[in-house]
Design a binder for this molecule. Structure first.
Ligand code: 4AD
Ligand code: MG
Length: 478
């Protein structure tokens, strides 16, 4: 008999027709009622075993976590809690599960910290299956948004010879023997002997390569894994994360900000429209977590209200300079937690500043633009004031920076000068600089951290819980 997924089955009228279902046992009550989940939905299917229909041996093997296949008739359920159930005619154990050893028993709800240690099994929980279904829907929506607007998906390399952010936090890629690497005449490691004949690393961003295609195809985006060897042990950073980077010819910073808002609003709306069941579950989960916190730390809006708010309201746009003025004048109650350390124009904002602007002052997402050149990357377009660049960061409630982007410096002389001022290797950037020699054009782009988006949409609070196998300092077990 053809297997049917539980999600599909629950939407079918129970006319007594035969069905076959495969899935994992969530519970088995009274030697009769098996609750099965197959990952297609949060809802479990009840399969009812007739008394004495199965042998003692089989009954013993129907344990939480075991994988089984059942077939029987789909009928209306008399019990509460489900509309339909399957009257089992035959049952096969596909994979046994030792109930003594299985770490996911229903009795004790495991903590998220513990589940990180069993990342190969946490996929079986409601929380992680819901998060990953939402993650899937968001990945699909990313492609839909850009495809509908005529953007082309460009695959940029994972192994690169350039340092896109000029920040230096990269993972080296090498095939040299660490015990006895070849040395040059100065005694340094000779990367000419390495696989690619030069130093290479895992990419921190596909932007620079993306620009080459924007200046040919017009509007493009990348969506791939990126890597940062920063030693940041926070709830917002991963060493391996996925980034979406659109890059557009003929867009200025204003066009760029508008696209960022449209994109984030489309994604939140898409989640509300397509992930209702999972979001309701995650909403409840977030509420429970919130209730456990002290009053003053609780969110004013529920997860679903937060998503609706973002989908329906314009983001606040203001310049870095305006933000600094607000922060300087805000130090409202002199309580320690609001001691903003904004002494001088030109310092980077800390997350407490960003949170104040978004959560307390404007109470909506904020796009900050025109940052001081000194705290931003070399490729950002220099403004006429000689101090700022056409950078933009989108700040979200509960998340902080979700997008970083800019208009790019398209003027060859200005860009070369900046590269040299910052002591960056002009010889490695020769191809990037050439784009400004051969038919340069104004262009802009940004990067959305995919996991930060998923944090926002699912209401989860630790970025390690929204990617199947998180990479962070000291952790690459799975
Ligand atoms: O601000 P970032 O570093 O910008 C860039 O990489 C640009 N090249 C993007 C562009 O203009 N095309 O990173 C962009 C976004 C951040 O706003 C954040 O959401 C996310 O990527 N991000 C991280 N997410 C998880 N873990 C990390 N370590 C992250 N670093 C950045
Ligand atoms: Mg940034």
């Amino acid at each position: 008999m053809k297997r049917i997924k539980i999600k599909e089955l629950l939407a079918t009228a129970p006319t007594g027709q035969p069905v076959a279902v495969h899935g994992w046992v969530r519970s088995f009550r009274n030697s009769q009622f098996i609750s099965i989940n197959d990952g297609s939905t949060l809802q479990n299917l009840q399969a009812v075993v007739e008394l004495n229909a199965l042998g003692e041996d089989t009954l013993k093997r129907i344990t939480t976590g075991a994988c089984i296949s059942v077939s029987g008739d789909l009928v209306a359920s008399l019990g509460k809690g489900q509309a339909v159930e399957v009257k089992v005619k035959s049952l096969e154990i596909l994979g046994d599960c030792d109930p003594e050893a299985y770490p996911l028993q229903l009795k004790n709800r495991p903590s998220l910290e513990y589940l990180r240690e069993i990342a190969h099994l946490r996929s079986r929980t409601n929380t992680f299956s819901a998060v990953m279904r939402v993650r899937h829907a968001m990945a699909f929506a990313v492609h839909k948004f850009f495809n509908d607007r005529g953007f082309y998906y460009i695959h940029t390399p994972v192994i690169t010879g350039s340092d896109a952010e000029g920040a230096g936090a990269m993972f080296r890629v090498t095939t040299l023997d660490p015990a006895k690497p070849p040395l040059d005449d100065k005694g340094h490691i000779d990367y000419k002997e390495d696989f690619f004949g030069r130093e290479t690393n895992l990419t921190v961003s596909g932007q620079l390569e993306g620009e080459t295609y924007a200046l040919a195809l017009g509007e493009i985006y990348t969506f791939g894994p990126t890597f940062r060897a920063e030693n940041s042990n926070t709830t917002r950073h991963l060493a391996e994360f996925w980034m979406i980077e659109p890059e557009m010819a003929f867009y200025d910073i204003q066009d760029n900000m508008q696209l960022a808002q449209d994109f984030l609003q489309f994604l939140t709306r898409y989640a509300l429209d397509h992930c209702a069941e999972d979001l309701e579950f995650l909403n409840k989960r977030a509420l429970e977590e919130d209730q456990a916190k002290p009053q003053e730390q609780r969110s004013e809006l529920t997860l679903i209200d937060r998503l609706k708010f973002v989908a329906e309201n314009d983001f606040q746009r203001l310049s870095y300079t305006e933000a600094i003025d607000i922060l300087r004048n805000s130090n409202p109650n002199k309580k320690k937690k609001f001691q903003f350390l904004i002494d001088e124009w030109g310092t980077d904002l800390q997350s407490e500043h960003e949170r104040y602007l978004v959560e307390k002052h404007f109470k909506k997402p904020v796009i900050l633009y025109n940052y001081p050149a000194n705290i931003k990357s070399f490729y950002m377009r220099q403004n006429e004031d000689g101090k700022t660049v056409a950078a933009m960061d989108v700040l979200f409630p509960g998340i902080g920076e979700i997008i970083g982007g800019s208009q790019r410096e398209e003027r060859y002389d200005r860009l070369v000068k900046r590269v040299n001022e910052l002591g960056l290797p002009e010889k490695d950037l020769w191809w990037y600089l050439e784009l400004r020699k051969y038919g340069s054009a104004p262009h802009s782009g940004f990067g959305l951290g995919f996991e930060r988006l998923i944090l926002f949409v699912t209401g989860m609070t630790n970025i390690r819980d929204v990617i199947p196998f998180p990479r962070y300092p000291g952790n690459a077990e799975f």
